[in-house]
Design a protein around this ligand. Sequence first.
Ligand code: ADP
Length: 461
Amino acid sequence: MKTRTRLTILFTIITAAILLVFATIILVSARENREKEFYALLKKEAITKANLFFNAKVNSKTLQDIYKNNRATLNEVEVAIYKTSFQLLYHDAVDIDVVKETKPMINEIVRKGEIQFYQNDWQVIGMKYNFQEKEYVITAAAYDGFGYIKLDNLLKTCIIVFIISILILYITGHFFSKKAFEPIVKMTSKAKKISATNLDLRLDINQSKDEISELAATFNKMLNRLENSFDSQKQFVSNISHELRTPLSAIIAELELSTNKERKIEEYKIVISNTLQDAKKIAKLSNSLLDLAKANYDPSEITFKQIRIDEVLLDAQQQVQKSNPNYNVAIHFENNFEDDDQITVNGNEYLLKVAFVNLFENGCKFSESKQSKVLISFKKEAIILQFYDNGIGILEEDLKHIFKPFYRGSNKIYADGNGIGLSLTQKIILLHKGTISVLSDKKSGTIFTVELYHDTKATID
Ligand code: ADP
């Protein structure tokens, strides 16, 4: 069921329930009022007749005639007057005799002073009456025909008004909910048109600052982010294929050339060495992409444990020097650490080593001396690692882009690479809730500062 219909029905049911309670209260109180008023009328009539009988000394025959005449047109009250000894003094119509008085009933009236009850639909009142210091008992009964007709009419009116109100409520509720949901219906039909091929489409936002426009604006912002990430995904894939194509084309060209005709052993050796280098480039790229994928995992899927940063740095140093014997990596401590906790962080050993290897390799490959150093210092809550070199430096305009995937600075001609290293390094450091920043100068070289905190909330084992 659509929310619109559900809301309309809910609104109608709630209002109907309120109307029902309201109508019930009115009907119940009308019933009670009718009953009370009619008992009061009975009492008044009984006293009037008793007064006529005792005070005005109107004889029984006249009173009975009046009663009979009135009965034809009105709901005349039938009155009977008794002595307390249950001796009948007067009766409007003995032949009709609605109230079948008994001795115990008369006694009860004498004892209580007044009683009220129903005999079939007739209301009856029994009361004491004093005349010349003597006690008498009067009973009066009548059927409140007008009262019941009035009640009946009220009930019918209530039912008709109730049904009409429910209909009006449902129709107006339906109309207003349709109006209220119109912008959402429009949004839905527009959103249905948005797909991967037209991510540039946006929802219409009206000027009023209501919740719907806010929702549309938020949705549009989400589409902006989606479009951006979609574009960067596309860019990423095209960068990967480009990075793969270059060494692969070189390998194919070299091998084709060497198979064209018979060549000397030395020439074959050169071809093999060149293709080996290109194959290594491809292997490096695929390793970097694999690491990038790992760094992009959900942190909850990565194993974190307490690791000593100096040990990871030593591992990284060995790896760099083993794969590049001409590189020189040095590790220095600015100040001594007091206990192991100071050099320990909660992290993933493999990923941190990947990050440090990238920083060491960059330092070496972008400097003439092929040297890179790291200086370890301590703050109360963090370990600070400064990776520095005396290399060629990074241009000011490149600095803000170097952490983007596949970005290579204007100094790229100086060394081979694929532009993944720094973006991967930054991802790994952020995954460890750390920070990475860079300072560079053409003359003095480059410093990457990494801060790793002891108290990372990323502890997932
Ligand atoms: P790659 O080293 O494969 O080119 P990176 O992502 O590691 O890719 O680095 C991106 C760019 O940042 C490099 O192309 C280079 O221009 C610049 N860069 C990084 N580290 C240094 C450094 N130590 N000295 C000079 N330039 C650097």
